[in-house]
Every structure is written in C-alpha cells, then in structure tokens.
Design a protein around this ligand. Sequence first.
Ligand SMILES: *Cc1c(COP(=O)(O)O)cnc(C)c1O
Length: 397
Amino acid sequence: MTDFTATKAMFNLPVGMVYLDGNSLGPLPKAAPARVADMLTKEWGEMLITSWNLSGWMVQPMVLGDRIAGLIGAEPGHVALGDTLSIKVYQALAAALDLRPDRRVILSDSGNFPTDLYMAQGLIRTLDKGHELRVVAPEDIKDAITDDVAVVMLTEADYRTGRLHDMADLTTKAHNVGALTIWDLAHTAGAIPVDVAGCNADFAVGCTYKYLNGGPGAPAFIYVSPRHSETINPVLSGWQGHESPFAFDLAYDPAVGVERMRVGTPSVIQMAALETALDVWDMADMTDVRARSIKLTDLFITEIEAACPMLTLASPRDGTKRGSQVSFQFKHGYAAMQAIIAEGVIGDFRAPDLLRFGFAPLYIDETDVHTAVKRITRVMTEKLWDRPDYKIRKTVT
Ligand SMILES: *Cc1c(COP(=O)(O)O)cnc(C)c1O
C-alpha cells in the first residue's frame, strides 16, 4: 500500500494553500533544491565538462526514460526524454506518417490540446504532400477511424473535462483498419495507470511537469513501440539521435531504437530536478493512486454539487471515465477562479467557461478537499467573484 502521508511530506506545499493545479504544474519536491544545487556547484561548478561522463549527464535522457517507462507500461529502453511535448508530438507524427505513405489523414478530436493540432498543421505544411487533419468531437472518434486514416492522434484525457478515451479499444480499432496511434499522455502519466505496451500503442508522448512534478520546463518524453523503433526515420535528425554522436560523421545514421528520437544536448539542470520527483514516484503504486484519485474527485463533486447549485459539472460523473481532474462550468468562470485563488484554492480557468481542478493523490487528501469546497462555496454563495479587477484577463489563465 502506498503511504500517501509520506508522499505528501516529500513536497513543498505552501501553508494555507490547497493546490489543485498539479495537472498543469506539479509542486516542488523538497529534495529538488539540494539536488539541483549539488548539480550546479559540484557537477557543473567543479567537475565541468567531465560531468557529461562522470555525472552521467549524457545518458540521463535514457536512464530517466526508463523510470518513466515504469509509470506508463512501456518496455524498458523504449522511452527517451528531451525537448518539449510539442516537439515530441511533431516527431511522433512525422514518423507515423512516414510509416503509412499511402494514406493522407491524421485523425484527432476537438478535445485535444491545441498545440498538438498546431504541430500537425505545421507538419502538414512542411511535408506539402496533401495530408489532411480531420478533427471530430471526442465521442465520435471511434466511428471516424476509417481505412483512409494514417494516424489517430489523441490525448488520452481531455485537458478541459478530464474525459478519458479508451486507449486499448481505440488502438485496436485503428490497427484493424491499418492505422497507427499516437497517444498524448500529458494528463494521464502519473494520473492513472497507463499501459502503452499492453494496449499496443505505436507511439506515446507526454510531459513531466504536470502530474509527474518535474518542474517548469522539465523535459518531455517519447515512447516508440519496439515494432517501429528500428525502422522509423527521425524528422529531426539531430546529433544526439545519431548512432555515434562523437564520431562526428558528416552523414546522419540513426541511433538504435528510441534513442534516435533524441535531438540535441539534454537539459541537465531540469533532469536533476525531475530525478527527485521520480524518487517520490518510486514510493507510489499506480493502482493506489488511481483508487485515491477517484475517491477524492467523487467526494469533491458530491460536496460541490450539494453546496453550489450554480456550478454545472463538465467532467464525466463516472470516475472510471475521467482522469484525475474535475471541471465545472460557470458563466463568470474567469472571475470566479480569480476569487477562488484569492481564497487560497489554486485551480485554473479554461476558456470559455470552465473552472478546472486537478487532484494529485501524492499530495492532496480528503482534508484538502473539504477545505477547498468550503472556500469555493463561500466565493460562489457570497459572489466574491463579482469584482471588476477579477474580470481582467492575465496572460496565463
Ligand atoms: C500541457 C500539454 C502540452 C504542452 O506542450 P509543451 O510543448 O510542453 O508546452 C501539449 N499537449 C498536451 C495534450 C498538453 O496537455
């Protein structure tokens, strides 16, 4: 059994605040400042360039990739870290399209995070081969998987509502019509049990700064199924994805396996912070995390619906059908979230009218849920949101 009191104690959580935004940026692991300071002062400061070998900087993207593999059901050695999620989406999509040269359709849904769609649009322009990005409603995806589709590219949990796609079922359907799948795990890695190998996913990508708590700017990850990792052509053929980077050959020759999806020099300072976050994950069992997540989100929904009739649930009511977040619709959602934040409950707002709350069981407990509900109820019933300064939109919502 996971000791959630122990995992909670591993994070720096400001006193008096209930942090329900770990789905967007996880909190600071208490061990991170010392680990990063050590990396800076010893590994960089004193050991300088020798640290690429002696401190293992160059192999970090694969070493930490293996630790993430354990959290998403990937075969060891088939996850590489680096760059940002947008870049990883681009790489996975280019590789997948290259594996289906006779097809032109990329299928996605309107619940996908816009950058995934933007990257597809940019890739289509660059390739200039007449590909089409077909976007349908999330509930229509299964029927839209037809035999002209090259790639089904989906985010497993809808970033707005937390609605989950059935990865196993949709991947099977895609394979039955000869299509490939790319799963974006941004809102599921570290939130629910994921089994990319068991589902036969072709590619998976994700970020490490949301539920995985790697910190702002932490590297993204990419999984390529062993079925494809030896044959794909990297669109971003950088030297760190070369078979032997330090041979300095003039011609590109891809590395063995998923390592070919590495591009350039790793973000070593970020990797040091991420290491400490993954140490917390070593203490957690994903089945326990999921059970607790459903318990906490069910409790939150029940209590908010009882106390705040002006809020409308936008997430699936069935806990097994949603990720680890809950969203409510409210006409004055932006102002309401500003007021809720002022009361010490951190969630976020997603256009046009969603109040979004993430529940990360590693550090959120039932007491936090009760406290959050009490504060949100005060904001809603006393209309604390109805202030002009709460209606002015900031850059990051
Ligand atoms: C958070 C998120 C991203 C962010 O991409 P970055 O390149 O890391 O900024 C991309 N896709 C999805 C589905 C996300 O939820």
